[in-house]
Design a protein around this ligand. Structure first.
Ligand code: PCA
Length: 331
């Protein structure tokens, strides 16, 4: 029989379909448990759940991502190690929580370096290549990252100056917040977000730096009375995949995951923006006094922030300087 174009094409399709069937047969459905540190109602977790669905649907069930919010599978502080060592294939955590490993992880928490969503985006753009490299050296593949709303100060009394903060028990979530507490005469102790409502209720802590969002999620008006908008920085969460797991993922599934990650990054950013005012209103509705810090307090915090920024630059070395220079060039 003379081979026509049509029979050739049909044959090619038949062969291609056969290969595809073999590939589909070979691919095993995998379950990726995804530990997350924050409550299910928080926007980072809500977006993570959508990301999980997107990957599960997009890969045709090859990879089923299942989120575990509220530190239920691994506590916040243990998530990175769990993903590095392959105990969990994927997870989410606050980047600046790793400053003790490398000061560069704390770039988003340098006081007053980037204090708006726009500047936080620029800072992330400057930092992303360096973060990607450092994480890769730690067996992690960076997928996406999104900011928390601006950070302010919570108290259970009126505070107009640093002197008013002296001796308060302070809940910290990273090195920067602990250092800020020390420099303002407070007594820092690290407490995971999942445990703060109880810490405030029992008096283990009586102040913190965080977003309106976390105060709202944890209903802190039950114990605290004042939130001062300071806009000190906008720390970020990031989603990481174990690099060996990523390496073994098919090209097609990687494309799907990358697409879902871009979507998640975009959605989380805008939810964070929207959540800012919404949660400040929520704190007010809960009975808290919410407003900008007074001029004296602001000026004192600025001065402390400057010395902390200078210290960070010294510690973060060439990588830190490269990020800050690239960021300033975008401004
Ligand atoms: N909430 C998290 C990190 C930053 C934020 O706004 C927390 O308080 O732990």
């Amino acid at each position: 029989m003379k081979t026509t174009f049509l029979t050739k094409t049909t044959k090619t399709f038949a062969i291609a379909a056969g290969v595809l069937t073999m590939a589909a047969g070979a691919a095993q459905a995998e379950k990726w448990d995804m530990p997350m540190a924050y409550s299910a109602s928080n926007f980072h977790s809500a977006v993570g759940a959508e990301f999980a669905k997107c990957v599960t649907t997009g890969t045709g069930g090859d990879i089923e991502v299942v989120t575990h919010p509220s530190g239920a599978l691994f506590k916040g502080g243990d998530i990175k190690r769990a993903v590095q060592t392959g105990q969990a294939p994927i997870g989410e955590r606050l980047i600046s929580g790793h400053q003790n490993e490398n000061p560069v992880f704390g770039v988003d928490s340098v006081p007053f370096l980037a204090t708006s969503f726009e500047d936080a985006t620029k800072l992330w753009k400057a930092a992303k290549p360096v973060m990607t490299r450092i994480l890769s050296e730690q067996n992690l593949h960076l997928l996406y990252s999104a900011p928390w709303p601006p950070q302010g100060l919570y108290f259970k009394k009126e505070v107009n100056s640093v002197a008013d903060m002296k001796g308060l028990k302070f809940r910290s979530y990273n090195n920067t917040t602990s250092r800020l507490a020390e420099l303002t005469g407070m007594l820092p102790g690290t407490i995971e977000t999942a445990e703060i409502s109880q810490a405030f209720a029992t008096g283990v802590a009586e102040s913190m730096v965080s977003s309106g969002s976390t105060g709202y999620d944890r209903k802190v008006w039950e114990s605290l009375t004042h939130f001062y908008e300071v806009d000190a920085w906008l720390p970020r969460n990031y989603v990481m995949v174990n690099k060996d797991v990523w390496g073994k993922t098919s090209k097609a599934n990687k494309q799907v995951i990358n697409g879902c990650a871009s979507l998640a990054e975009y959605a989380a950013y805008y939810r964070s923006v929207e959540y800012t005012q919404f949660t400040l209103n929520g704190l007010k509705a809960g009975g808290m006094k919410v407003g900008p810090a007074g001029d004296k307090l602001k000026a004192e915090l600025k001065a402390i922030g400057e010395s902390m920024a200078a210290d960070w630059l010294k510690k973060a070395g060439a990588d830190g300087k490269a990020i800050v220079d690239a960021y300033k060039a975008m401004k």
